[in-house]
Design a binder for this molecule. Sequence first.
Ligand SMILES: [Zn+2]
Length: 273
Amino acid sequence: MYPEAAGSSFDFNSPEYLQWQCDIYNELQGHLNESDGYNCDICKNKGQIAIISDDTVINRPCKCTPIRDSLKILRESGLANCTFDNFNCGEKWQEKLLETGRNFVETTRGEWLFIGGQSGSGKTHICTAVLRSLVFRYRIKVELFKWAEDSKRLKQLVNDPAYTEAMNVYKTPKVLYIDDFFKIKRGENVTAADVNLAFELLDYRYCNKLLTIISSELSLDEIVDIDEAIGGRITQRSGRFELYISKDRKRNYRLKPIRSESEARENGGQTLY
Ligand SMILES: [Zn+2]
């Protein structure tokens, strides 16, 4: 109990009492770390802190909120465990991929990162690790655009009043990662609607100098062939951070055979072919 609360003339609006209320709240332990693994000493994992504003105690979001929001996006996309430290780095081209990702985080001054080429070679892993590192380094909310799913949803919305708001989710964040850019089903082609969507998104981010990370099975030349304006903008922004992993099925970890029966059993008996 607050020491002077026993007195009959107690002032519940005194700065001391308001501060005492804040202190009590701010000392409480929360549990947000149990779902996202992030520990915050400021809010003690409650996500909010109490402050005095206009002679009233109010709660405001803690500085860890954008970090937790970003971690949630990665978790819901199944990418929560992609870090630089757990990237498989047995071969030279994998070392180059890792080095490019790390170097980008350390030295980008607004350039974009483009990694194209072989499917299943770890492009998404490295780009996600980059995204994750930027979250912690700059304490920012980032966004993830999974081309195959999100482009489909947005193209269906294009004549709907909700379209502008839905697009702004991806146009405006300080950092956006576009995974599997221009990914289409086998036998299909990139359509005019795909190009329009990509141009609207990338042109906005280009003009507003917003950091963008892109992975794609296509090379930048192939993207230029599809649309010069889009390819040109990516080329110009990514500059020294453009990497292409040559197409070689041996570089696709998803196609690596299971070596032994016991290993097959550990994997639920399924082969990866
Ligand atoms: Zn916090």
